[in-house]
Write a protein that binds this ligand. Structure first.
Ligand code: FEO
Length: 394
């Protein structure tokens, strides 16, 4: 992949990872990119690096623009290895003593990842660095999504280098929002739901802070996916909406099944929900990856979760999903549990415990049916679907 001048003397230098399909448990069907940026002024600055597997081709890109030894400073906005993985090798090429500017936590975290001794220089929020004609400044974005995360802002060009925030896992030949249009939004939404959701209140505070500061943003350059040059406000507004987690009249009936009994229950419920005017769908946990389920959970108002009882416990995929869901801390959901069982039937109780811990509003004690739902059982499922639908109005 060739380097790309995205503004005068500012370059995208990234790697397109076409083949990655799993990003620490997050499914990626269309790969991702690792974006890094270079600014040529009196000082030459490189912002972030790429995953270590792409180091060589990335260095070739840098050489297209400049002799790497002419890079004066490196900025590390985030120490996770998809952005810092090439840092140590880069420093060997450009000069081990060159400074790497990062947040205070970044200095600690990078030192843990690279104990060989990098010349780490912590910066403070608002600190300015003159490059010549241009000025860089920094915004602390702690826990968006690691303790070390920060943004770098190029004042004169009004470009925000936002690291993971406002990004997507998407590999393509498009580099900008105007080249891909609306098709990027489901990727951005899935990224938010799976990476940033636990920190939604911090997202709202950050947007409020940036608005208060009157920071003008002409372009947002995240470290994954496309750059927002046509309408950076679009992704900021989407982040506000997703972070607010206002529930839609939408229900997900999420389940797994052993002999189709829990499935039959799920299908009866979704039918009743739809009859009541709810946007409802079933999601089988062995047909839909947990990270795709999460993208739908983001704006759903109701979650109905079903599991058969297996060996006195939850079905493993349901336990996996609950663990993942709980960590991502979704809010403002109503919920109910259901499932079939043979002889002990603990699953509904176990799901309820988890739903309570997540502070979901449980609208019903839950429905368990022995072995196979008969006509009466299916009617009970429909009644539960209807009860959840009616709870939207409360
Ligand atoms: Fe893309 Fe948190 O690293």
């Amino acid at each position: 992949m060739k380097s790309l001048e995205i503004a005068k003397n500012i370059y995208w230098l990234g790697a397109v990872d076409w083949n990655i399909r799993d990003f620490h448990g997050y499914s990626i069907y269309q790969g991702t990119t690792y974006n890094a940026f270079l600014i040529r002024d009196e000082k030459v600055v490189l912002i972030d690096t790429v995953k270590k597997e792409f180091f060589s081709e990335w260095m070739d890109q840098i050489r297209e623009v400049i002799d790497p030894k002419k890079i004066d400073w490196v900025i590390s906005n985030h120490s996770e290895l998809d952005h810092s993985g090439s840092l140590e090798r880069l420093m060997h090429v450009i000069g081990d003593d060159k400074p790497i500017y990062c947040s205070k936590m970044g200095a600690q975290n990078l030192a843990r990842h690279f104990p060989g001794g990098l010349n780490l220089k912590p910066v403070n929020e608002g600190e300015e660095m003159k490059l010549g004609q241009r000025t860089l400044t920094f915004l602390e974005t702690r826990m968006l999504h690691w303790p070390d995360s920060m943004f770098t802002y190029l004042k004169e060009d009004q470009i925000l280098f936002s690291n993971d925030a406002f990004g997507e896992h998407y590999a393509g030949m498009e580099r900008f929002d105007d080249q891909i249009g609306e098709a990027i939004m489901p990727h951005a939404k899935k990224y938010f739901a799976n990476i940033l959701l636990p920190y939604a209140p911090l997202v709202l505070k950050l947007v409020e802070k940036v608005t208060r500061m009157g920071l003008k943003i002409r372009m947002i350059c995240p470290d994954h996916g496309i750059m927002w040059r046509k309408d950076p406000g679009k992704i900021i507004q989407a982040y506000v909406e997703w972070a607010q987690q206002k529930p839609k009249k939408k229900a997900l009936v999420i389940y797994d099944t052993m002999w189709h009994s829990t499935q039959a229950m799920a299908e009866a419920m979704v039918e009743a929900l739809a009859q009541e005017g709810v946007d409802a769908r079933t999601m089988h946990l062995r047909a839909t990856h947990r990270s795709d389920v999460m993208a739908e959970v983001l704006d759903a108002g109701a979650i109905l979760l079903g599991s058969p009882t297996l060996n006195n416990g939850l079905f493993p995929t349901v336990a996996d999903f609950l663990c993942y869901l709980k960590g991502l801390k979704p809010q403002n959901k109503i919920a109910a549990a259901f499932g079939s069982y043979g002889w002990s039937g603990e699953a509904v109780k176990l799901i309820n415990q988890e739903l309570e811990e997540m502070k979901f509003q449980i609208v019903d004690p839950g429905l368990k049916i022995q072995y196979v739902p008969d006509k009466k059982g299916l009617e009970a499922c429909q009644a539960l679907g209807k009860k959840v639908a009616q709870a939207f109005a409360l």
